[in-house]
Design a protein around this ligand. Structure first.
Ligand SMILES: *Cc1c(COP(=O)(O)O)cnc(C)c1O
Length: 427
């Protein structure tokens, strides 16, 4: 049999076995969790102004460890980073109807956190190199109603924080960063996620380190930190006795993370650097394997930045290749490469935004008096992000697997094989 015949057309698959599922949990986490279970104290939060308002021993130990690791004044644990984003938007004092500029090329929760407070997401386009929100587009979308920006360090590469902070300062806006995918990476020698007014990380199972579910919010601002802790833990029941007078957004939740998760988190934090280094090694090896394939752009890492490769982002030159992304993915999948995808469906194109139906059926908040103007979610508002999603972006999900050098080389072989037979896919 012709070993070079594409598996798509009945040839031999390049990759015969499934890659190992990523599993960062080891014996240290088992012991730490077991100790908590034996203690019987699985949580120690009280939604009242009391010492247990701040949670139990593992919550506090993990938070203090995060503060020293990330070099921030406050680290606040939450039961998911989605909860963290919601708390962050509330804590910076957003008013109903305020506009918050956000990227459409991210996980939906980044934008939903804005709507949660009845504020209005405004989508700015992204940079074609890093897929992060484009400061030029941010500036073009600022109106008198804009109050904040949410940038995402997508796929593991920092957004252009200096440019975004400069815009935030000039227009008196708050900057929140969503660093779910890039913990442990650097921007100009500083840890990504720690350079805005509020930042934070996800601890869900497919992120670099995890506690099952969970999140960490970081900030250097004492007032924002206070308000984050209140929103996390039943603010409305606490403000009276705590003596909080600014009641704005003191609408509480139960966003508390448990003792078991925090005990696991302490161990995971110790391993973060090693896990990120492992991903970087695999990604750099893959890039070498893919060197020289025409019409395929491997990941770009800007000077002064490091990349965590939550995703391994590639871009196809479809005109040059003369083959659609769908067809290329089919051929690669047939060779046994799993975890390929066309990137994020642009958030503004989701039904909720297209139909402006979120709370109830009457178009609230867009249709109400709190909304200052008719904000567009039309196709075409973010041409870079839209084109990438529709035609040219090709992501390989590094986060799902633990890849040995041999696995990486096999992926490289599969790409090289498909690229050597592109003419057969051009029908
Ligand atoms: C994972 C992720 C989130 C949500 O985090 P959870 O902990 O799953 O709630 C938000 N934003 C981005 C960019 C993410 O990757």
């Amino acid at each position: 049999m012709d070993s070079q015949k594409l598996a798509l057309f009945g040839g031999q698959k390049t990759i015969q076995t499934e890659f190992k599922r990523y599993n960062p949990i080891g014996i240290e986490e088992v012991q730490a969790a077991t100790e908590v279970i034996k203690s019987g104290v699985l949580s120690q939060f009280l939604g009242a102004w009391h010492q247990d308002f701040f949670g139990g021993p593992k919550v506090n130990e993990f938070e203090r460890k995060c503060e020293s690791y990330f070099g921030v004044k406050h680290a606040i644990t939450v039961n998911s980073w989605t909860s963290g984003l919601i708390a962050a938007v509330g804590a910076i004092g957003i008013e109903p109807g305020d506009e918050v500029i956000v990227t459409p090329w991210t996980m939906c929760a980044t934008a939903t956190a804005i709507l949660h407070w009845n504020a209005i997401p405004v989508f700015a386009d992204i940079e074609p190199e890093t897929f992060n929100i484009d400061p030029v587009s941010v500036e073009a979308n600022i109106t008198p109603y804009t109050k904040a920006i949410i940038a995402v360090d997508i796929f593991g590469h920092s957004a252009d924080i200096d440019a975004l902070m400069d815009i935030a300062e000039r227009h008196n806006l708050k900057l929140i960063t969503d660093t779910a995918q890039a913990p442990g990476t650097y921007y100009k020698g500083k840890l990504t996620g720690t350079l805005a007014h509020v930042g934070g990380y996800s601890l869900n199972y497919h992120k670099h380190i995890h506690t099952g579910e969970g999140g960490i919010i970081v900030t250097d601002d004492d007032d924002i930190a206070d308000r984050l802790r209140l929103i996390r833990n039943h603010a409305e029941a606490v403000v009276g006795n705590k003596g909080v007078t600014d009641l704005r957004n003191m609408v509480g939740h139960n966003f508390r993370l448990g003792e078991i998760e925090c005990a696991i988190g302490i161990e995971q934090l110790n391993k973060l650097k090693g896990f990120v280094a492992g991903r970087q090694h695999a990604a750099e090896r893959l890039t070498q394997n893919l060197q020289g394939l025409p019409g395929l752009r491997t990941p770009i890492v800007k000077t002064n930045c490091t990349h965590a490769y939550y995703m391994y982002p590639m871009v196809l030159d479809i005109d040059r290749l003369g083959v659609s992304r769908k067809r290329i993915i089919q051929a690669l999948e047939a060779e046994g490469v799993s975890g390929l995808a066309g990137g994020y469906a642009n958030i503004h194109l989701l039904p909720m935004y297209q139909q402006k139906i979120a709370y109830g059926l009457n178009g609230f908040p867009w249709s109400s008096d709190i909304c200052h103007r008719d904000v567009s979610y039309d196709k075409g508002i973010c041409p870079v992000a839209e084109k990438l999603h529709e035609f040219t972006y090709l992501g390989f999900s590094m986060c799902m697997h633990e890849l040995s050098d041999q696995d990486v080389d096999l992926i490289g072989q599969a790409f090289n094989k498909v690229w050597s037979k592109l003419n057969e896919l051009r029908v």
